[in-house]
Ligand binder design. Structure first.
Ligand code: SF4
Length: 403
């Protein structure tokens, strides 16, 4: 297939957290709000002239300094972010909103604040206490936290309009972006999808890393282009997989999977599109902050929720994606030293494989994955096993028909 018109521009945007569109928004008086996690309702952060940037640390190299401050037994995502903060990569941030999702994330935010790593006089940070249960009380508490820790400070510190109308406009813009992704995601269900898995990953990453209002026209144009795209006659994939797991913002991982012959049909990982790129249903009667907060809590698939019904729900969601996107197997990936995903990966991959009969492989990895030969070997072996299963199944079917 011919390259997408903007794909090289998109990959260039992913080279730096403070990318061209972020700089353009800042130049225009925008207030940059960094965040890292699905507990932070992105749709509300793009209110008025504030804009959200989900934080990455592209081209991460040595983690020596962050290791000195945080130790080596923390996930390499938080260490990479701290290292980048030491390098001065986040001076453009006006605010950093976080949740106490995990202690490692807390340590990161505290280090950034205490060591004054953001050289920006008005820099503001806040951490919310996110509920561990989804209940009417939990939703009320969460909504209150979002208002008092994020929205009101945006108004009081930066003069941002957080009126109902301004917030509704922000959610409408977010929904326009999600509608594009819902359409693009549908393409992944086809036998011969009109988009490569790596392209999808790149589009998804730029949507998180750039101001929504500025990236939207590029995404709209790309959707039109995808609908008219001339497909290659031959399908270049040997198997279709769902990827599930912890934080993943390196499209090199998807490239690696494609290189091994598999197509990623669904991305159920932190920083992926499921959840994250589905429209938020709104109505005229309820307070918009409440509606959005309830949506983010109810669709949250973080293994930090440990109640039995949430544990079961997460397995059901993965199984539903496997069925809906016609996958052959599941890759469970986990960032090393991530406790939540460590437990989830070990148990869920066993249950899906042994009890639900779905071919599943479990992998652990570092923040940057592209150069990992070991990972490549594991994925290659899994793809081969899926292909053998498919060949065997087709053979059995043929023999059955002959009889
Ligand atoms: S990958 Fe795990 S340990 Fe790292 S920030 Fe996310 S939840 Fe925390």
């Amino acid at each position: 297939m011919k390259d997408l018109k903007h794909i090289h521009y998109f990959t260039a945007l992913l080279e730096d957290a403070n990318n061209e569109l972020v700089r353009a928004a800042k130049k225009d008086g925008g207030i940059a709000v960094g965040y890292t996690c699905y507990y932070i309702p992105e749709a509300l952060l793009n209110v008025g002239n504030a804009f959200s940037v989900r934080l990455r640390a592209p081209k991460t190299g040595s983690l020596d300094i962050s290791q000195y401050y945080m130790g080596s037994m923390n996930c390499s995502y938080v260490r990479a972010l701290l290292e980048r903060a030491f390098e001065g990569g986040y001076h453009f941030l006006d605010a950093f909103f976080s949740s106490e999702t995990c202690q490692q994330m807390n340590r990161l935010v505290e280090n950034i604040y205490e060591l004054k790593l953001i050289d920006n006089g008005t820099f503001y940070h806040s951490i919310i206490d996110a509920p561990l249960k989804i209940s009417p009380h939990g939703i009320k508490h969460y909504t209150n936290q979002i208002r008092t820790h994020f929205l009101e400070p945006l108004r009081d510190q930066f003069g941002i309009d957080i009126s109902e109308t301004a917030l509704r406009n922000a959610v409408a813009e977010h929904n326009r972006m999600c509608a594009i992704f819902e359409e693009i995601s549908e393409l992944r269900k086809a036998d011969n999808p009109g988009i490569t898995a790596t392209e999808f990953h790149i589009l998804n990453l730029v949507s998180y890393s750039c101001p929504t209002g500025l990236i939207l026209p590029y995404l709209e144009e790309t959707l039109v282009e995808l609908k008219k795209r001339k497909l290659d006659p031959k399908i270049p994939y040997r198997a279709r997989v769902v990827v599930v797991g912890s934080e993943m913002d390196d499209y090199g991982f998807t490239e690696l999977i494609e290189y091994c012959g598999a197509y990623v049909v669904a991305d159920r990982y932190c920083f992926g599109s499921m959840p994250g790129r589905q429209q938020i249903p709104i109505n005229d009667d309820e307070d918009i902050v409440e509606v959005v907060c309830r949506f983010y809590l109810e669709t949250n698939q973080c293994p930090r929720f440990m109640s039995q019904e949430k544990v079961q729900e997460r397995r059901d969601v993965v199984k539903a994606l496997y069925d809906e996107y016609n996958a052959d197997g599941i890759i469970y990936e986990q960032m090393k030293f991530c406790d939540y995903w460590g437990y989830e990966r070990a148990v869920a991959s066993f249950v899906l494989h042994e009890e639900m009969g779905i071919p599943t492989v479990a992998l652990d990895r570092e923040y940057t994955v592209q150069a990992s030969g070991q990972l490549r070997t594991r994925v290659q072996a899994f793809v081969e096993s899926l292909e053998i299963k498919k060949i065997q199944k087709a053979k059995n079917q043929n023999e059955g028909e002959k009889k």
